[in-house]
Design a protein around this ligand. Structure first.
Ligand code: NAD
Length: 333
């Protein structure tokens, strides 16, 4: 029996979490869910969007499954997602985007893995006003964080039989910060002669991913570029409803969909639960439950290929709950 911290999240979070829990149960994995409240929902009860018990639970259980959490735009509290990653030093954000047969997309044979640095860059939150008409946000890049994220990308490539790692940067303009990231990446790459290594400037990378995505494999990059390009990669395979993410550190791991809380769809039983279900698949693999993970993954692929009981973003008419129910039936069959 595994004990896993559960954060249902804001907006569409609770709906996709319910769907995901029913699917995990159908696959026969016994999990003792340690449910904690974070985000908008926690403010009324605890007076803070990140109660201490959330961090305590994750530190104790070392594995968590999380729905999306809303972050106010422009003002208000800082991102709880970023705070969780930093507090627990979940330095690697792994976001795989793979073509799923049956999903309508102009792209075929996409198999990209974004490895996003998760603890520094412009997400360090070092921001201040300079007088009332200027603002400064400080981008922090360190050798230590760059080294461990690039090493993570190469280790992932070795373990998963991938052939190439591409480092993404803007070192032509940000000569010191991204320059340090690139120099560090080159040094780490020398230790993995069996894996091809190359680098791309981020703007060119965005165009290349739209025009020739099949040329790329594992992509490693600082935080902000990873945030943006992982959504781009999700777009290549059919949208945010499909792509999972894992935040991995040396002490803990937190699994979540790449997408956010999509507030406009809250409570409408409309969104696709697949990204969260696939996040659970990544979690089950991490927990050593590979057989259950493959059962869920294969059943979801079959459901999507059949195209009947799927949500609107996949061209179907099923609600979140109905898609989950069809998946549960398929897993049990
Ligand atoms: P979003 O990812 O919530 O939604 C953008 C659009 O993507 C939606 O309008 C919808 O069209 C589509 N989409 C998202 N999830 C879907 C699903 N499961 N099925 C089908 N379509 C789906 O991005 P946003 O609107 O920019 O952000 C909303 C909130 O989420 C913000 O507060 C943001 O800070 C937060 N956010 C949280 C996380 C996280 O928890 N890790 C990640 C990204 C954004």
């Amino acid at each position: 029996m595994h004990t896993v911290t559960l954060i249902k999240g804001d907006g569409i979070g609770p709906e996709i979490t319910e769907a995901t829990l029913s699917v995990i149960e159908a696959a026969g994995v016994k999990i003792n869910w340690d449910e904690v409240s974070a985000g908008e929902g926690a403010i009324a009860e605890y007076g803070t969007p990140l109660p201490e018990e959330v961090l305590a639970s994750l530190r104790k259980n070392r594995v968590g499954l999380k729905g999306p959490l809303t972050t106010p735009i422009g003002s208000g509290f800082r991102s709880i997602n970023v705070a969780l990653r930093m507090e627990l030093d979940l330095y690697a954000n792994l976001r795989p985007s793979k073509t799923i047969p049956g999903v309508v997309s102009p792209y075929r044979d996409i198999d990209l893995v974004v490895v996003r640095e998760n603890t520094e860059d412009l997400y360090s939150g070092v921001e201040h006003m300079v007088g009332s008409d200027a603002a400064e946000s400080i981008k922090i890049i360190t050798r230590k964080a760059s080294e461990r994220i690039v090493r993570f990308a190469f280790e992932y490539a070795v373990k998963n039989n991938r052939s190439k790692v591409t480092a993404v940067h803007k070192a032509n303009i940000l000569k010191l910060s991204d320059g340090l990231f690139l120099d560090t990446a080159r040094a780490v790459a020398e230790k993995y002669p069996q894996i091809e290594f190359e680098d791309r400037i981020v703007d060119n990378m965005a165009m290349q991913l739209v025009q020739k995505p099949q040329l790329y494999d594992v992509l490693v990059m600082p935080n902000l570029y990873g945030d943006i390009l992982s959504d781009l990669c999700a777009g290549l395979v059919g949208g945010l409803g499909l792509v999972p993410g894992a935040n991995i550190g040396d002490q803990a791991a937190l699994f979540e969909p790449v997408h956010g809380s999509a507030p406009k769809y809250t409570g409408q039983n409309r969104v696709n639960p697949s990204a969260m279900i696939m996040a659970a698949v990544l979690m089950l693999d991490y927990l050593g439950e590979a057989e259950a993970a493959r059962r869920i993954e294969n059943a979801l692929a079959a459901l999507i290929l059949e195209g009947k009981n799927v949500t609107a973003d996949l061209g179907g008419t099923a609600g979140t709950a109905e898609m989950a129910e069809a998946l549960v039936n398929l897993i049990k069959a």
